[in-house]
Ligand binder design. Structure first.
Ligand code: TRP
Length: 512
């Protein structure tokens, strides 16, 4: 029959949990969550945030675990087994993963470069000018590639090399091993950053600004959408990563419990990161004698401009130590997330073609390396910005909506729930069906509509429309076309998808 014997499997439950938490904990936890918490009402933001976790985060993690576990396949295989007509939907995340990876690895390359620069404050006394003019050598527009950066390319090769190596080694001896090392190390690093952060002079200024609740913000729908968006992105939902990882679980495993652990571990890590980041920003505001509002930024501006400025202020010893720890935390958090994205791609091809994992991993790494190289040019940051926006605002949100609708309505939320309940200690009630069938699709639909309206009205960040069409819209069209084309090609062993629905069980092994 199918290659179930050869299909990877986790060594133990801890390995699976660390891998899914590794996928969830990423750049979004470190550089986006702290900013949202501050901007969207401080302590008051925790209300929409926890509501989002309970009404969409945990239900969707459960849905993906159950889907991957029940149908025992990558996204395209699981969708095909659920219903032949859905196959193409599964291919979209497989390729969207490569799109995300193409720039995710570039950010990790920047972080690797900055890790080395930490040893001698290589970002100079003016990190802002250094980052944009010397390091990126940013060109004057998204179509002007102007220059090619060797240090960034070398970093990209390094990061893709690591990704290739662990994917090549497979599920239990590659991905699981590296997560078992990187995740505990990451937590230790983050705890050190937080302890040093909150003991800096002026840290309380930052923490007060972060947590002081402003309940009036809860009246703004955008705050609620930010909460849902963050939970969605942070838990790595809708990209097929959790489906793929859950497909490597043994038959008897507590799915519901794992979903709760994943969500709470991810949210605990975000919270920790927020405390560290705002302690450090409070110190910066105190040193520069400016209001906290002036120093708060997120993403690239936080990691490569504001933080290097703070490290300069910390003096020779702590500045270097914190620099190394901070950039190492970005790299560790990022690699464990990127491995889950590659796995989404590789497992889809292994399932479809029956090809050897080693070959597929090598091809994936080469394609990824070539795509990432585009961002080593002077237009890199523009490309990254536009593509990231389209992926987050449209691709992930639409995929999540389609996933909840197809699995919730066509496959059947109650059947999925029965599957999970049969092997889990905590039993889900019918509230779960309501979340999947109604709440999640409605929230995601509102997000989608608001993004489109905003885009049509104001464009995006002043980029020329041609650039948005070329890099954003075209990318989405290509993803859909690839999905449709691949779904017309046969599976290497037609028996793999002969049965559909729940009457058939795909397992051959029954361990644990
Ligand atoms: N969760 C990751 C972060 O917080 C990023 C991410 C979003 C992701 N979607 C994903 C990672 C899908 C892996 C798979 O940074």
């Amino acid at each position: 029959m199918e290659n179930n014997q050869e299909r990877g499997q986790w060594n133990d439950k801890l390995g699976f949990l660390l891998a899914v938490i590794g996928s969830a904990v990423g750049l979004g936890n470190i550089w986006r969550y702290p900013y949202l918490l501050y901007k969207d009402g401080g302590g008051a933001f925790l209300v929409p945030y926890f509501i989002a976790i309970i009404t969409a985060g945990i239900p969707l993690v459960l849905l993906e675990y159950g889907f991957g576990h029940k149908f025992r396949g990558s996204a395209p295989l699981s969708y095909t087994r659920a219903n032949r007509k859905f196959e193409w939907i599964g291919w979209v995340p497989a390729f969207a993963s490569m799109v995300i990876l193409s720039y995710y690895c570039v950010i990790l390359s920047w972080a690797a470069n900055y890790l080395i620069k930490s040893f001698n404050f290589g970002w100079s006394a003016d990190p802002n000018a250094y980052f944009f003019d010397s390091f990126l050598q940013l060109s004057d527009g998204p179509f002007s590639f102007s220059h090619f950066s060797w240090p960034i390319l070398i970093g990209i090769i390094l990061i893709w090399g690591i990704n290739w190596y662990y994917t090549y080694r497979g599920v239990s001896s590659g991905i699981e091993k590296v997560n078992k090392f990187m995740m505990p190390t990451l937590i230790v690093i983050m705890i050190i950053i937080v302890i040093r952060g909150v003991t800096l002079e002026g840290a309380t200024l930052g923490l007060n600004a972060l947590f002081t609740p402003d309940f009036s913000r809860l009246g703004d729908i955008r705050v609620w959408l930010d909460a849902y968006g963050q939970v969605f992105f942070s838990l790595s939902l809708a990209m097929g990563a959790l489906i793929t990882y859950a497909s490597y679980l043994p038959r008897k495993t507590d799915l519901n419990n794992s979903a709760f652990i994943t969500a709470f571990a991810n949210c605990g890590f975000e919270f920790l990161a927020a405390i560290g980041v705002f302690g450090i920003l409070g110190f910066m505001a105190t040193q520069q004698n400016v209001p906290i509002d002036d120093v708060v930024t997120q993403s690239v501006g936080l990691a490569f401009v504001a933080f290097p400025q703070v490290f300069n202020l910390m003096g020779a010893f702590w500045g270097k130590v914190m620099g190394v720890l901070f950039f190492a935390s970005l790299i560790f958090a990022g690699i464990t997330s990127s491995l889950s994205l590659i796995e989404t791609f590789t497992s889809s091809f292994i399932d479809k073609t029956g090809a050897d994992r080693k070959k597929v991993a090598t091809v994936a790494a080469i394609i990824g390396l070539l795509l990432s190289s585009m961002y080593a040019t002077g237009a890199g940051l523009y490309l990254l910005d536009i593509i990231d926006h389209y992926v987050n605002a449209y691709v992930i949100v639409s995929l999540g909506m389609v996933e909840a609708i197809l699995i919730g309505w066509a496959v059947g939320a109650s059947k999925m729930r029965e599957h999970a309940n049969a092997i889990s200690y905590i039993r889900l009630g019918s509230w779960w069906d309501i979340m999947i069938k109604f709440v999640t699709p409605v929230v995601l639909a509102i997000m989608l509509v608001l993004s489109v309206v905003e885009e049509v009205r104001n464009g995006y960040e002043g980029y020329p429309t041609t650039a948005l069409l070329a890099y954003g819209v075209l990318m989405i069209v290509v993803l859909v076309v690839i999905g449709l084309v691949l779904s017309k090609r046969p599976w290497h062993d037609p028996r793999m998808v002969e049965h559909s629905g729940f009457e058939h069980d795909y397992y051959q092994t029954d361990e644990l």
